[in-house]
Design a protein around this ligand. Structure first.
Ligand SMILES: NC(=O)c1ccc[n+]([C@@H]2O[C@H](COP(=O)([O-])OP(=O)(O)OC[C@H]3O[C@@H](n4cnc5c(N)ncnc54)[C@H](OP(=O)(O)O)[C@@H]3O)[C@@H](O)[C@H]2O)c1
Length: 430
């Protein structure tokens, strides 16, 4: 058997500690499949005195992960600290600069600096591997880079954040509102104490920006992702969605069009019987559409210690076997820079919910605002009509331009009898 792949692990939290445990527990299987063992040579975390679920005896400890990354005798550095900048970035930059392979689960880092890091990896002739950064245990990066390599991908989308999907699923199952379900998710450990990155769509956008670059062979362009989270989704909208034959999901959707690339993250209504609607609870699901393969979908656990460590070690096994592929499927110098298509130009059907004081002429005013923007109504639902009572009015439209709907909603929101800001959820034909 060949010499071991000697690795250094930076970060020993949820994912780092489990990665140590997995490598130890599956050592024989890993060595058999790679033709060489993976040996943990060094580790680093913030607090050496902290009690950890794995025994670190015999491993060289570093207080500074960036210094560890350049230590002689290390073949690959595993970055499991997190954050788009700071010590995580310094560690990865140091490792690539010293000619070490890098494996990371850090989507924030890649979304912000993925292009530069890919160029640094290529200059050094080493791997920048990040299976764990997108959809946790689901091998979607390998699928796109290798299994679907012969296809042009036209669209890639998915449920990419388990916290949001758990909240939306629980809201539907229990009929409760967002705030109550978020509080419960925090108590159960499904949501962070500071849930902003998840529920405001940023985490999904990080992952989508990475998928876009890989699927379409273009530079990562995180700043062009249109991002809306799930805070405004109400129990009422979920109930209406159900009645109309939809489920509400927070999706990240990237579409390649002849004139550019559209990247958007927002709550979507999807047909109840579509495969993506069946991705429930904390699970993730990713769909890719290729010109020869058709549509493929992968579903599984998008986070958690075990699934994420599984992805980290799969990357290490590729490196141990000598497989070094370009990070984003084509050499970094060949990554394209297509135009970013803004959400304003997006075409699609929409769901609108208005809270209306039932007075004569209000519906006519709403209809006029839509008509003047050439928005064609597919259906309108209004219940519980009683003079001067507040009632929800739900409208679904045929395909319309996003900007036209925004203009119509500004006008509708100004109608005196509309007593709260309109709710808009885009309907996706998937
Ligand atoms: N958790 C998941 O399910 C999951 C899923 C997919 C991807 N990821 C990604 O994986 C990465 C790690 O996530 P995690 O959940 O494992 O985080 P975590 O539990 O918070 O662990 C972070 C680790 O980084 C260490 N650290 C922090 N600052 C440091 C510094 N200045 N120097 C050295 N070490 C430092 C911490 O040390 P101490 O232990 O001493 O505090 C800790 O061990 C993140 O990029 C995350 O986005 C996580």
């Amino acid at each position: 058997m060949s010499a071991p792949l000697r690795i250094a692990i930076a970060g020993l939290g949820t994912v780092g500690a489990e990665t140590v445990r997995l490598i130890r527990e599956q050592g024989a299987l890993i060595a058999a499949r790679c033709g060489r063992p993976i040996e943990i040579a060094a580790v680093s975390a913030r607090d050496r005195a902290k009690s950890r679920p794995v025994d670190l005896a015999g491993l060289t400890w570093f207080d500074d992960p960036a210094a560890m990354a350049t230590e002689p005798g290390i073949d690959a550095v595993v970055e499991l600290i997190g954050g788009s900048d700071g010590i995580a970035k310094a560690t990865v930059v140091a490792a690539l600069g010293a000619g070490r392979h890098v494996v990371t689960a850090n989507k924030a880092l890649l979304a912000h600096h993925g292009g530069d890091l890919a160029r640094a990896a290529e200059a050094a002739g080493v791997a920048l591997a990040y299976e764990a950064a997108v959809a946790g245990g689901i091998p979607i990066i390998k699928s796109l880079r290798e299994g679907l390599a012969a296809n042009r991908i036209g669209r890639v989308y998915g449920v990419l954040n388990g916290t949001c999907n758990y909240i939306l699923t629980t809201m539907r199952e229990t009929g409760r509102d967002f705030d109550a379900v978020l509080a419960e998710a925090q108590e159960l450990g499904y949501a962070e104490a500071d849930p902003g990155f998840d529920i405001d769509g940023v985490d999904t956008a990080h992952k989508l920006a990475i998928l876009t670059a890989l699927a379409f062979g273009c530079e990562i362009d995180f700043s062009s992702v249109h991002i809306e989270g799930i805070r405004a989704v109400s129990a009422l909208d979920i109930a209406y969605a159900e009645e109309l034959g939809y489920r509400i999901k927070l999706l990240g959707i990237a579409t390649r069009r002849p004139d550019g690339v559209e990247q958007r993250v927002h709550p979507c209504m999807v047909a109840k019987d579509s495969p993506i609607a069946a991705v429930e609870g904390a699970f993730n699901g990713v769909v890719a559409e290729g010109d020869f393969v058709g549509t493929i979908m992968a579903e599984g656990q998008g986070a958690g210690a075990g699934p994420t460590a599984s992805a980290v070690v799969a990357d290490l096994m590729d490196i141990a076997r000598g497989a070094v592929l370009p990070a984003f499927a084509v050499p970094a110098r060949d990554l394209e820079r297509p135009a970013a298509l803004p959400i304003e130009r997006h075409l699609g059907s929409q769901y609108i919910r208005l809270m209306v004081v039932d007075r004569p002429g209000v519906i006519a005013d709403i209809a006029a605002a839509l008509r003047d923007e050439e928005i064609s109504v597919e259906a309108m639902l209004q219940r519980g009509r009683a003079p001067d009572e507040v009632v929800p009015v739900v409208i679904t439209t045929h395909e319309t331009e996003d900007a036209a709907m925004t203009r119509a909603l500004i006008r509708i929101a100004a109608i005196e009898a509309i007593i709260e800001p309109p709710t808009r959820i885009r309907i996706e034909a998937l």
